[in-house]
Design a protein around this ligand. Structure first.
Ligand SMILES: Cc1cc2nc3c(=O)[nH]c(=O)nc-3n(C[C@H](O)[C@H](O)[C@H](O)COP(=O)(O)O)c2cc1C
Length: 349
C-alpha cells in the first residue's frame, strides 16, 4: 500500500512536502495557509537577535525574470522556469511574539500530525544558542538552523554563509548540545564541496541536513546599464534543481543511505519534489514557488506526490535515493565512437 509518510530521525512527517521559509510565512496567516495546503511541515520565516537583520527587511526587493532576463509581472502566475532574484531581510517581530505564534500553531498542527518549525539564522553563536534554548523550552518541536544564507558576504554580521567544515561542526554542535529537540542544519550551496559541509553538520549533531542554499548573483540591465535592483542578489530558479540533486546524491554517498537529507533549492512542483527524493532527499522544501505563485503550489505538490506513489504502489521511503544509487561513472560506460557527431551543427562535420 502506497504511503507518503517519511521518517527523518526522530520525526515522522505525513508527507515529504515542506513549505520552506520566506516572506510567505512571515505571518500567522501565511503559516496557517501552508498548513491548510496539507504539507507535512512548514518552516517559519527566520529570526535572529540583530536589529540590522530586522532593518534589512525594509530594504528588500524582488524581481522575477524570464529566460531572456527580462522582468516578468508579479501576478502570482510565474512560469515554472522563472528566475527569482532578490534581497531579503529577517522577521521584524520581537522574539517572544514570534515564538508565541509558532508554539501555538505547532501545538495545533500536532493534532493533525503536522509541524510548524522554528527557524534561526546565525549571526552571533551565543545568541543563537540562547534563542534555541528558549524555543525548546517553549515547546517548539523542531529547530531549523540556517547557517548558509546567500547573503553572508553582502550583510556581514547580520547573517552568515558558513563554508568551513570545522566551523560548521563547531556551531551546529553548540546548538545541538544546548537543546534536546531535533536540529535541522540548513547549509549553503556556495561551496566547492556541499557534501563535506553536510558531513560536518552531521558531525555536530544535526538530525538532518537541509541542502542547499541559493546563490549570490548580479544581473546587469541593458537599458540602465546598472545592476538589477541596484545590488548583488540572492538568485534561484527551477534551473537549480540539477545542482541540488547532484549534491543530494553526493551527500547520500558520503554520509550513507541511512542519514536523512532534506532537498531544497529549485523545487517548483510535486514532480520536482519526487526528483529530489529520487536523488536522496527524504523530504523537500518548496519556498520561492509559494512566494511567487501562492499556497496552491503546495496542495498541488502533495497531490502529485500522492498519485505518483499510488500509481506505482510505492512508499516515499522506497524511492529515496533510487536514481542516486544508479549513477554510473563515465568510465563505466560502453564506448560509442563518432556518437558526438549527431549533436554538432552540420557545418562542423
Ligand atoms: C524572498 C526569500 C526569503 C527567504 N527567507 C528565508 C528565511 O527567512 N530563512 C531561511 O532559512 N530561508 C529563507 N529563504 C530561502 C528559502 O527558504 C529556500 O531555501 C531557497 O529559496 C531555495 O529554495 P526554493 O528554490 O524553493 O526557493 C528565502 C528565500 C527567498 C526567495
Amino acid at each position: 500500500m502506497a504511503s507518503t509518510e517519511i521518517t527523518i530521525g526522530s520525526v515522522s512527517l505525513k508527507n515529504p512536502v515542506i513549505c520552506g521559509s520566506g516572506e510567505h510565512v512571515m505571518t500567522e496567516a501565511g503559516l496557517q495557509s501552508a498548513l491548510d495546503a496539507g504539507v507535512g511541515a512548514v518552516v517559519a520565516k527566520s529570526i535572529n537577535e540583530t536589529q540590522a537583520a530586522k532593518d534589512q527587511l525594509d530594504r528588500t526587493d524582488y524581481a522575477l525574470l524570464d529566460g531572456d532576463w527580462n522582468r516578468l509581472p508579479w501576478d502570482f502566475t510565474a512560469p515554472r522556469n522563472a528566475t527569482l532574484a532578490c534581497r531579503s531581510g529577517l522577521q521584524k517581530m520581537d522574539f517572544d511574539t514570534w515564538l508565541e505564534i509558532i508554539t501555538r500553531l505547532d501545538a495545533t498542527a500536532a493534532n493533525s500530525g503536522k509541524y510548524v518549525i522554528g527557524s534561526i539564522i546565525l549571526a552571533d553563536l551565543d545568541a543563537a544558542v540562547d534563542m534555541a534554548q528558549r524555543m525548546a523550552a517553549a515547546g517548539v518541536r523542531i529547530l531549523e538552523f540556517n547557517i548558509g544564507t546567500p547573503y553572508g558576504d553582502e550583510a556581514a554580521g547580520v547573517v552568515t554563509t558558513e563554508r568551513a567544515t570545522a566551523r560548521v561542526t563547531e556551531i551546529v554542535k553548540a546548538v545541538c548540545d544546548a537543546v534536546y529537540i531535533p536540529v535541522w542544519a540548513k547549509i549553503t550551496g556556495q561551496s566547492e564541496n556541499v557534501a563535506a559541509l553536510a558531513q560536518a553538520a552531521r558531525a555536530g549533531g544535526a538530525e538532518t541536513v537541509v541542502l542547499m542554499g541559493r546563490f549570490l548573483g548580479m544581473i546587469p540591465e541593458l537599458d540602465t546599464q546598472a545592476p538589477l535592483l541596484g545590488t548583488n542578489l540572492g538568485t534561484g530558479g527551477g534551473w537549480a534543481l540539477p545542482m541540488t540533486c547532484y549534491w543530494l546524491a553526493k551527500s547520500r554517498a558520503a554520509l550513507g543511505a541511512d542519514v536523512p537529507l532534506i532537498g531544497m533549492n529549485g523545487a517548483r512542483t510535486g514532480n520536482d519534489v519526487l526528483r529530489m527524493i529520487l536523488a536522496g532527499a527524504h523530504a523537500v522544501e518548496i519556498s520561492s514557488a509559494v512566494f511567487t505563485n501562492g499556497f496552491s503550489v503546495l496542495a498541488d505538490a502533495v497531490k502529485t506526490v500522492e498519485s505518483y506513489l499510488a500509481n506505482r504502489d510505492q512508499n516515499t521511503m522506497e524511492i529515496v535515493g533510487r536514481a542516486a544509487d544508479r549513477v554510473v561513472s563515465f568510465s563505466g560506460l560502453p564506448q560509442r565512437p563518432g556518437f558526438w557527431e549527431q549533436f554538432v551543427p552540420p557545418e562542423a562535420l
